[in-house]
Write a protein that binds this ligand. Structure first.
Ligand SMILES: *Cc1c(COP(=O)(O)O)cnc(C)c1O
Length: 383
């Protein structure tokens, strides 16, 4: 059983993907080919925003937003403590200070009470200027953007939606990567919409920001490529990746998003009794929300049970992952940050790192596989 089955996906899409890759090789338009422009249009339409600018990866996408807003030294950016390293790394890389805030124990997304507490603390201390909130759509579920927007408006902060795991998620019919002042995603192969290497994109409705970010992606270009008007990056999506993504985006919107949701419903249905009997929690999707299921994550009663279950499933050839074993504020890299994070405001994350376990999850997961996983979880607990 595969944790995320990219091989089956390729077999299903092989004919179209092979043709698309060979066309790029034949035309030799490896950089900035027409396929890149076409994809940007398709992505912007799918997400429902005015502009999409593709770039080299999801981490660059976040950095490009920081650069566009000129966030740097002396600025504070609020980041969930429970996320992939990038979400905080790019803040430090920009020279600003990441302030880690806790997540909700049910959705695992940014907790707005913890967020507001942290903002007030930074304002009262008076050493850093609060600038932006990075809200992550963790495991495919959009963050609570109604509340995040209220807080952003109240304190005059930008919202950066890190939709690296959230592409395809929805809140009341509105699609993920449309909730931030700038939103980003990643096309790393294992993400909900992945390419065959690294890739990423930024989204915005703001014309000026879109132009600025397009310039940043290509060495701060001005009217033309050899007219450089700002310091930028070399961060582009390869034509071959764009060609692959156009095909994958169609499959994603035609059936993959539906199928991955079917797989999630099957897990939830089949695990529901067991979870009550043995005291573990299944993923929680609030009313009106749709997840794109980057992960299907259980929350076990404690660390010992989580680790034992993981070893047991491994013996049975069922791959699982712990996303994430360490809170951001405990990552050694952030020891350099000249700000002492408020650990009393990060307790939910500390517990999640000890208790979460992600099961095999992808649109090509068969009911038979789900039955095997459920049976082995049952065997583990009834031992
Ligand atoms: C994967 C990921 C990123 C980074 O994306 P890359 O394309 O790997 O650079 C950023 N944030 C989150 C939440 C992610 O899961």
């Amino acid at each position: 059983m595969q944790f995320r089955d990219l091989k089956t996906q390729y077999q299903v899409l092989k004919k179209d993907i092979d043709e698309a890759m060979i066309k790029v090789a034949t035309d030799c338009n490896f950089i900035s080919g027409q396929q890149v422009k076409d994809l940007e249009k398709e992505l912007a339409e799918y997400v429902g925003v005015k502009h999409c600018v593709t770039c080299a990866n999801g981490t660059d996408a976040l950095s490009i937003a920081m650069m566009a807003w000129k966030i740097g030294e002396g600025d504070a950016v609020f980041v969930p403590d429970f996320t992939f390293f990038s979400s905080g790394e790019i803040v430090s890389h920009a020279g600003a200070t990441p302030i880690f805030v806790d997540v909700d124990e049910k959705t695992f997304n940014i907790d707005c009470d913890s967020l507001e507490k942290a903002i007030i603390k930074i304002k009262n201390e008076g050493n850093l200027t609060p600038k932006a909130i990075i809200a992550v759509d963790l495991f495919g579920l959009p963050a609570d953007f109604t509340k995040v927007r209220e807080i952003a408006d109240k304190y005059g902060l930008y919202i950066l939606e890190d939709g690296a795991q959230g592409f395809g998620g929805q809140i009341k019919g509105k699609v993920a990567c449309s909730f931030g002042d700038i939103s980003t995603t990643s096309f790393f192969p294992a993400k909900p919409l992945g390419c065959y290497g690294d890739g990423g994109a930024v989204f915005t409705n703001d014309d000026e920001l879109a132009d600025l970010m397009r310039s940043i992606c290509v060495h701060g270009k001005g009217a033309m490529k050899y007219d450089n008007i700002r310091i930028g990056l070399n961060s582009r999506l390869d034509t071959i990746q764009a060609a692959i993504l156009s095909i994958k985006l169609k499959a994603f919107s035609d059936y993959e998003l539906t199928d991955v949701n079917k797989a999630a419903s099957l897990y939830t249905e089949k695990l529901s009794e067991l979870s009550k009997e043995y005291n573990f929690e299944l993923p929680y999707i609030p009313d009106g929300y749709v997840s794109s299921w980057a992960q299907y994550t259980l929350k076990l009663e404690n660390e010992e049970i989580r680790n034992k279950l993981q070893s047991y499933l491994k013996e049975k050839d069922i791959p699982t992952m712990v996303y994430y074993p360490k809170p951001m504020h405990k990552q050694e890299a952030f020891n350099e940050v000249a700000y002492t994070q408020d650990e009393s405001n990060l307790k939910v994350t500390e517990n999640l790192c000890k208790t979460v376990l992600s099961l095999p999850m992808h649109p090509y997961l068969k009911e038979e596989d789900i039955d095997v996983v459920v049976r082995e979880i049952k065997n583990f607990f009834s031992k």
